[in-house]
Write a protein that binds this ligand. Structure first.
Ligand code: PLP
Length: 387
């Protein structure tokens, strides 16, 4: 049996999205910048995809969506683009301590080149320390960039007063919405973020395509210069088939969101309760009250999660440890930032379910994992650790 429980890392392309892309890989091959009919056909399809993505996030104007080569690029463009477009008065950037490497890496690179960077801590559930945010906010801050739904723990950042706080200091708010998109209902009008990054391959679209929502009126410095595509913000001939597939996936995500939430939550909760009842010492990481429906992150203290993940893989079950979205191996900075101990970090496994998973697969996973844990732990741990 092959069981894939790593949908936060990537998803397959839905057949409907693949079918929508197909003509753009063969007979509809025009360059969308050309003014002849082949180019016009390609450009029209890109605009349709832009509309579908705008609709998924509740953006009023499709022009607020810029296609990029990945969410990583979208995040780079948002952060670098805002910081580099500022005058000398606003040189400060705020991020959280649980950002994806795309935001953290960009922020650190900017700091190296002379910008001021402050990292706002989170609590044990992964929620932002609002007091610390307030302390850092002043009229030198240009941008606050925050991960909305955490890829490792699934914690959904409680935005509450954050947008208003940020705006009251004249700063902009960027959200990394890669893991939120398609998993919770998103309406940009309600959340009041200025910039939002999303990715095709996390919502059952193709890899190598991302997008950045930029609220009308906000000016950015591009990362890539050239032919002026994507409103001069992302030069380079667009990935036409990628954009079409992303658009189709966005449309499907929007129409099926309730069904998706129900399906994944049922399976995730089944996995969690099965594991909890068979291994009392496991710890569930993240915020139980504010979590995307498909993600379960557990720590099996004093166990080597890498080893367990390998053994699960041998049993045909794909899961992740640490941040699977990064190609570099290492322990989780996210869990450490949340105050987890080294054994909790080293013993952390992330399960992320998707459309194709079944209850039988979850039951098999519970059985296999309990077998592995109990074989190695014996009866040493009896304490229930609750977060
Ligand atoms: N942000 C988050 C929260 C992610 O999970 C990922 C996944 O890799 C990214 C950003 C980067 O996305 P992409 O693979 O499209 O560059």
């Amino acid at each position: 049996m092959k069981i894939y429980l790593d949908y936060n890392s990537t998803t397959p392309v839905l057949p409907e999205a693949a079918a929508a892309m197909q003509p753009y890989l063969s007979n509809i091959f025009g360059n969308p910048s050309n003014t002849h009919s082949a180019g016009i056909a390609a450009a029209a399809s890109i605009e349709k995809a832009r509309e579908q993505i705008a609709s998924l996030i509740g953006a009023k104007h499709k022009e607020e969506i810029i296609f990029t080569g990945s969410a990583t690029e979208s995040i780079n463009l948002a952060i670098s683009g805002v910081m580099r477009s500022q005058d000398n008065k606003r040189r400060k950037l705020l991020i959280s301590s649980v950002e994806h490497a795309a935001a953290r890496g960009t922020a650190l690179a900017l700091e190296k080149s002379g910008y001021e960077l402050e990292i706002i801590p989170v609590n044990k559930k992964g929620q932002l320390d609002i007091k610390a945010l307030k302390k850092q906010l002043d009229n030198t801050v240009a941008l606050v960039s925050l991960i909305w739904a955490n890829n490792e723990t699934g914690t959904i950042l409680k935005l509450d007063e954050i947008p208003e706080l940020v705006h009251s200091h004249g700063a902009l708010l960027h959200l990394d919405a890669v893991q939120a998109m398609g998993k919770i209902t998103v309406n940009i009008g309600n959340i009041d973020a200025d910039l939002l990054s999303i990715s095709g391959h996390k919502i059952y679209g193709p890899k190598g395509i991302g997008a950045l929502f930029i609220k009308k009126g906000i000016e950015l410095e591009p990362l890539i210069y050239g032919g002026g595509q994507e409103r001069n913000l992302r030069s380079g001939t667009q990935n036409v088939s990628g954009a079409i597939g992303f658009g189709a996936a966005a449309f499907l995500a929007e129409t099926r969101i309730d069904e998706y939430i129900k399906h994944t939550k049922e399976l995730r909760d089944r996995l969690e309760s099965g594991l909890r009842s068979g291994a009392k010492h496991i710890q569930v990481n993240g915020d139980a009250d504010s979590k995307i429906p498909n993600t379960l992150n557990i720590s099996i203290p004093d166990k080597n999660a890498e080893k367990i993940a390998l053994q699960l893989n041998e049993a045909g079950i794909a899961v992740s440890t640490g941040s699977a979205c990064s190609s570099s191996k290492g322990t989780s900075g996210v869990l450490a930032a949340m105050g987890c101990s080294i054994p909790e970090v080293n013993g952390a496994i992330r399960f992320s379910v998707g459309w194709d998973n079944t209850a039988a697969e979850i039951d098999y996973t519970i059985e296999k994992l309990l077998e592995l844990i109990n074989k190695q732990v014996g009866s040493k741990f009896t304490k229930i650790i609750k977060v």
